[in-house]
Ligand binder design. Structure first.
Ligand SMILES: [Zn+2]
Length: 386
């Protein structure tokens, strides 16, 4: 765990120590891509890993109580529909279940707020499932219930490539595509089942169709504020207000590209400069398409770390502050995107650094009860309201 900032707040009583406050709170991370590492890189999450952002040892040190594992299907590698997309999602779900079965001393599968509280009480980390991108339902209505039964408790309709039924913020089609009739029926089915609708990655038009269709609180599992960092992945102030009106929560992402003004442009510039290096790494990797992607990401991680501006946890809290000023403290949470990004902030670099977030919140005057809401209390409420 990072030792910095330890001297900033000299506690008057041991129970006021920021670390004690942090450990007392139930911390829920709404989004990490770690399970893909388990499948593709065969990492052992029980060991403290020397790379990546999350494992059992660092999660414990960071006071994490619940992790929503992102069940992410990369459409270019596995298709945006069809049996390969379904299998890729099913394999990830099986990998999370296997982890919890093999290590019940650390992990406990959960689908409800009560189960999360129970896991925290027992000193375990609750493992939960969220489907990212909606590709795995394969345009079939009945698959929403299938995934609900498999334990999935949130789904975003599209990742960076639009589905036939929902637009993405990441492609040209998304600019004009919202939810079609099938998409609206999917949202209603999610409401009926009690699966949260996640607006992270969807297009603006899809966002508005979702908040106008859903009868339950809507969440963004890993997004930030466009007023601070102007990227299409982020939410405008009007969107944040509309989402809060549903009773939902914006879970702030820790990824520099989405939180630091101008970082996205600098990254684009660097991406074009390092394109030959990335291609070379990919070409010289003898393995399959998944191994090649890992080789490309390794180059990016190294280059971003060396050549892009450092961002700190203070910027994450700027986004939290902005949301609190707009809609109050009941509609904000955290969604790290750990192991789904090739750069993190300097002092919130891995899950072990989570206490630095609490330190910064306390430094800015948030009370212990505010901190508890932000770290996970608000999401427990939303899970109960589904
Ligand atoms: Zn994502």
């Amino acid at each position: 765990m990072s030792q910095q900032n330890q001297t900033q707040n000299v506690p008057s009583k041991p129970q006021d120590d920021p670390l004690a406050i942090h450990y007392r709170a139930i911390a829920i991370d709404m989004h990490a891509d770690t399970v893909q590492r388990v499948l593709d890189e065969h990492v052992d999450l029980q060991q403290q890993l020397t790379d990546g952002h999350l494992d059992a040892v660092r999660a414990k040190a960071g006071g994490l109580d619940a992790q929503f594992f992102s069940i992410w299907v990369e459409p270019q590698l596995f298709g945006s529909t069809g049996p390969r997309a379904v299998k890729r999602a099913d394999d990830q779900i099986a990998a999370v279940r296997a982890l919890a079965e093999k290590h019940p001393e650390t992990w406990q599968m959960a689908t409800t707020a009560d189960q999360v509280r129970q896991a925290a009480e027992n000193g375990k980390i609750a493992a939960l499932l969220g489907l990212e991108g909606g590709y795995a339902i394969d345009e079939r209505f009945e698959n929403v219930e299938r995934y609900y039964r498999m334990g999935v408790r949130y789904m975003s309709p599209a990742w960076s490539i639009s589905t036939s039924w929902a637009g993405s913020s990441g492609d040209d089609v998304g600019a004009t595509r919202g939810l079609n009739d099938f998409g609206k029926s999917v949202v209603r089915e999610m409401n009926r089942l009690g699966m949260m609708v996640d607006v992270s990655h969807v297009s603006d038009k899809t966002f508005w169709d979702i908040v106008n269709t859903s009868t339950k609180p809507v969440v963004a599992t890993h997004s930030a504020c466009r007023a601070i960092a102007d990227v299409p992945r982020n939410l405008t102030d009007d969107m944040i207000k509309a989402l809060a009106k549903t009773g939902g929560v914006v879970n702030v992402i820790f990824y520099p590209e989405h939180i630091e003004p101008g970082w996205s442009q600098k990254k684009k510039q660097l991406d074009s400069e390092i394109a030959p290096l990335v291609k070379q790494a990919s070409d010289s990797e003898p393995g399959d398409a998944v191994r090649k992607k890992l080789a490309r990401d390794r180059v990016r991680t190294e280059q971003y770390g060396r050549r892009l501006p450092a961002v700190t946890v203070s910027r994450v809290v700027d986004h939290i502050d902005h949301i609190v000023k707009l809609v109050g403290v009941d509609h904000v949470g955290i969604g790290s995107d750990f192991d789904g990004v090739q750069a993190t902030t300097a002092d919130l670099a891995t899950v072990a650094d989570l206490p630095n977030l609490t330190r910064e919140l306390l430094r800015r005057g948030y009370s212990e009860s505010d901190v508890a809401k932000i770290l996970g209390g608000n999401m427990l409420r939303v899970m109960e309201e589904q």
